[in-house]
Design a binder for this molecule. Structure first.
Ligand code: PEP
Ligand code: MG
Length: 877
């Protein structure tokens, strides 16, 4: 049987998301539920995939199918494409499996041309409306399908306003709009060197191609990478017969959520505009009314809408985000989907739905995207400082959070400033899909136009970025300056936004750390009930360790001991150690480091109490510690009583061409065993001191040797550890245990994990280095060229952020298996960056690791992701 590429809404269902995309599947589902949906059909995601395999063409068999369905749509609506007396007009919209704001905008009113518009004017008895629809169509089609910027059409509109002495679009007469159409088409002709396509079928085919192309535009590629959406999914295309919200005062259009998407409160939330089309609400050019007001404006439609909202939420058992149009008093549903919401709202909705008996705890857990929690883990404004600050303005609290940063005015500038390490606030008249990357790198977003459902608001909420929208008081005085209240702002000025109240403040307001309470704490408690993977943290200081415990860390999976040596008072002793020429000199320097290191470890043991702590021995390339400033070199020479030239010579001899593959990790201890001796003494003495204070904590130090590639090198270092540790323990008279393990971060160690396990009591996968060495990509330099790989779709994800399950993952799985062969009870964990990435955590769960370790701020994300992995596995059985 040949593949079916097109489905009527009535042929599909909500379960066909993969084939019909989210929008299409939901339109089909609403149709099946008997809801008033303007009818149409869906071109499948498989047709999109085929478009790309067919070298960006739509094959004739698919086109034949599309036109066959068009005929069916004509029959069911009684209207005809291109007909003068009763024309069928359609909207064309993209719709992938996951909702993707980076993709194509909607095209409305498709099917109009110079003759159809005349008939349409007669039919509706409203020439002004007909020509307004036509000019909008030309604008949208040119912009979205033909790449002619919207702005150039706005210029034509502004010129006409000036010539006619009018201010508002609504003041244009039918004749004016007819003239506008002429100007638009003239512009189109001169820009494209061809006529605007008048054949509705060509308009349709070109629009479908544009949707398919949009799957591959830079914004979509960026959005997919951010959200782990594979390129192979493709997008569907929805073709739906038009209904008109701009047919007069008994018509209107709006968007609504069944619950508040900012707070999660159970109350219908939305806005609408009478006598308008959808784009007017989203673009934020006219200020919409709240959905409650619809009750008095059109009580019948309102009641029907409320009833549909209730049914949809009951049906999908999740908060819905809907678009509707009222045409001459009759309500139509144009879309429904699970609504994007802030992290706080996501938690409240999930917990409330469980309380309301609508969903199970498992479903509630799966409803919250672990990555979204990030927004709640970042600092909030210091309440006291916030009270003292006086807002310069206020607008809609579109997406909550506290944001302070420097003002930039374009998405491109945001990216540039971010690369310089600045925190930024993006200030725009309004945002559009092109701005997505700039929005993502910003701390906060402020727009002059747009409501709670404007592009800026919806996208910012999805990203968890603070956003204040629709600040009409902002007066732009040039492209990069504006006035708000009595204050003038320019690029680089500090600004603070409170996304929960909508207040805007000049200057930077200090922030305080976040905490886990209320619904957040409830959901995390549920997550802990279901997950089997333990969650540890990577922490090098007692402060970070305490923060991690607050966020639920069950131990430390990685203390990077070198991180303690970067502080000013310590780096000197470290440098002395590095440039020492003799063992004696080195031991002298190490003796200075010992008490510092011991007290650091004591601090960490105190902070972690009874929880396990893995301490990794010195790892970094030594050049990271070498002085480069002339002044520092002179001081070091003085301190060490060395000749300046001699020191410079030592420093230059220490230079390595490839430090990441150089004298680092256990290689240091192989060359200079006294380093491992000192570190063992520090770890064991710190543990002994802490056990003496808190015997009930039963501390078992976990000593981790980095960068091992050969069992003999591990054994060499382990022998030093055992010799020093056993003597100290014997002298202490305590009954104390410790473990020695290794990182698996060199491919050779993974390949020979069975041998390594003869010495190692635990493995911790150092997937940062393992990725670096498996790909042969430098961790420090790959960023510069990986973007070319994304553009060319050789790789879709940054392998340093998301574990490469095919390659690096294979090494991990193999090493686990080999390690267990030798030592069945070997403890397995991961401490590379991937330990905090949800999709990598799912992999770790499947690979049978016992814990993941990640930075303190990722601990709650990892707890939730681990619960997702466990529940998904259970559901798959
Ligand atoms: C690793 O390589 O994954 C790791 C955790 O160690 P580091 O990042 O310190 O090299
Ligand atoms: Mg490493």
């Amino acid at each position: 049987m040949s593949t079916k590429y097109v489905y009527l809404f009535s042929e599909g269902s909500g379960k066909m998301r993969e084939l019909l995309g989210g929008k299409g599947a939901n339109l089909a589902e609403m149709t099946n539920l008997g809801m008033p949906v303007p009818q149409g059909f869906i071109i499948t995601t498989e047709a999109c995939t085929r478009y790309y395999t067919d070298k960006e063409t739509i094959s004739q068999d698919i086109l034949d199918e599309v036109f066959g369905y068009l005929t069916q749509l004509e029959l069911s609506t009684g209207k005809k494409f291109g007909d003068i007396d009763n024309p069928l007009l359609v909207s064309v919209r993209s719709g992938s499996r996951a909702s993707m704001p980076g993709m194509m905008d909607t095209i409305l009113n498709l099917g109009l041309n110079d003759t159809v518009v005349e008939g349409f004017a007669k039919l509706t008895n409203n020439p002004r409306f007909a020509y307004d629809s036509y000019r909008r169509f030309i604008q949208m089609f040119s912009d979205v399908v033909m790449d002619l910027p919207k702005h150039n059409f706005e210029v034509i509109i502004d010129e006409m306003k000036e010539k006619k002495g009018i201010k508002l679009d609504t003041e244009f007469t039918a004749e004016d709009l007819k003239e506008m159409v002429m100007h638009f088409k003239e512009y189109y002709r001169s820009a494209k060197q061809e006529e605007f396509p008048s054949d509705p079928k060509i308009q349709l085919v070109e629009s479908v191609k544009a949707v398919f192309r949009s799957w591959n535009n830079p914004r979509a590629i960026y959005y997919r990478r951010m959200n782990d959406i594979p390129y192979s999914w493709g997008t569907a295309v929805n073709i739906q017969s038009m209904v008109f919200g701009n047919m007069g005062d008994d018509s209107g259009t709006g968007v609504a959520f069944t619950r508040n998407p900012s707070t999660g409160e159970k109350k219908l939330y939305g806005e609408f505009l009478m006598n308008a089309q959808g784009e007017d609400v989203v673009a934020g050019i006219r200020t919409p009314q709240t959905i409650d007001e619809l009750k008095s404006v059109m009580p019948h439609a309102y009641d029907q809408f409320v009833d549909i909202c209730d049914r949809l939420e009951e049906h999908y058992r999740d908060m819905q985000d809907m678009e509707f149009t009222i045409e001459k008093g009759k309500l139509y549903m144009l879309q429904t989907r699970n609504g994007k919401r802030t992290a706080a709202a996501a938690l409240k909705v999930a917990v409330d739905l469980v309380k309301e008996g609508m969903i199970t705890k498992e479903n509630a857990i799966l409803q919250v995207d672990p990555k979204q929690l990030d927004a709640l883990l970042h600092p909030q404004f210091d309440t006291k400082k916030l009270q003292e600050a006086k807002p310069v303005g206020s607008a809609l609290p579109a997406s909550p959070g506290a944001a302070s940063g420097r003002i930039v005015f374009t998405a491109a500038d945001a990216v540039v400033w971010k690369e310089r390490g600045e925190k930024i606030i993006l200030v725009r008249l309004e945002t559009s899909p092109e701005d997505i990357e700039g929005m993502h790198v910003s701390q906060g977003i402020l727009t002059a136009r747009g409501g709670m459902t404007s592009h800026a608001a919806v996208v910012a909420r999805g990203m968890g970025t603070c956003c204040v929208s629709g600040c009409g008081d902002i007066k732009f005085t040039s492209a990069k300056t504006f006035t708000l209240g009595v204050v003038d702002f320019k690029e680089g000025d500090a600004l603070s936004l409170d996304g929960s109240t909508g207040n805007i403040y000049a200057g930077a307001i200090p922030t305080v750390p976040a905490s886990i309470t209320g619904d957040f704490s409830t959901l995390m408690g549920w997550a802990d009930e279901f997950r089997t993977l333990k969650v540890r943290t990577n922490a090098d200081t007692p402060k970070d360790a305490r923060q991690a415990v607050e966020f639920g860390a069950e131990g430390i999976g990685l203390v990077r001991t070198e991180h303690m040596f970067f502080e000013v008072d310590r780096i000197k002793a470290m440098r002395e150690m590095i440039v020492s020429k003799t063992e004696e000199q080195r031991r002298k320097a190490l003796l200075k480091l010992l008490p510092m290191q011991r007290s650091d470890f004591e601090g960490i043991y105190e902070a972690m109490e009874y929880r396990p702590v893995t301490i990794r021995y010195l790892d970094p390339p030594l050049h990271e510690f070498l002085p480069t400033d002339e002044e520092d070199i002179v001081n070091l020479a003085l301190e060490m009583n060395l000749d300046l030239a001699e020191l410079k010579n030592i420093i230059s001899n220490l230079h390595e061409f490839n430090p990441m593959m150089g004298h680092r990790g256990c290689r240091l201890a192989v060359s200079y065993p006294e380093i491992a001796e000192m570190q063992t003494q520090a770890v064991i003495e710190a543990a002994i001191n802490t056990i003496r204070k808190h015997p009930e904590w039963k501390i078992v130090p976990e000593i981790m040797i980095p960068l091992v590639g050969e069992v003999k090198e591990l054994k060499y270092v382990k022998d030093i550890v055992v010799r020093v540790a056993d003597k100290l323990i014997a002298d202490s008279g305590l009954d104390m245990h410790y473990m020695v393990g290794t990182m698996i971060e060199i491919p050779r160690a993974a390949l020979l994990a069975d041998e390594i396990a003869t010495e190692a009591e635990f493995f911790s996968f150092g997937t940062n280095d393992l990725t670096q060495m498996t790909f042969g990509f430098s961790r420090d330099d790959a960023g510069a060229f990986l973007s070319h790989y994304y553009d060319k779709k050789i790789y879709e994800q940054d392998p340093f952020a998301r574990l490469d399950q095919n390659g690096v993952g294979k090494l991990v799985t193999m090493a686990c298996k080999l390690g267990k062969q030798t030592r069945p009870n070997i403890k397995l964990g991961i401490c590379g960056e991937h330990g905090g990435d949800p999709s990598s955590i799912e992999f770790c769960h499947k690979a049978g690791l016992s814990y993941v370790s990640c930075s303190p701020f990722r601990v709650p994300i990892a707890r939730l992701a681990a619960a997702h992995a466990a529940i998904k596995e259970k559901n798959a059985k």
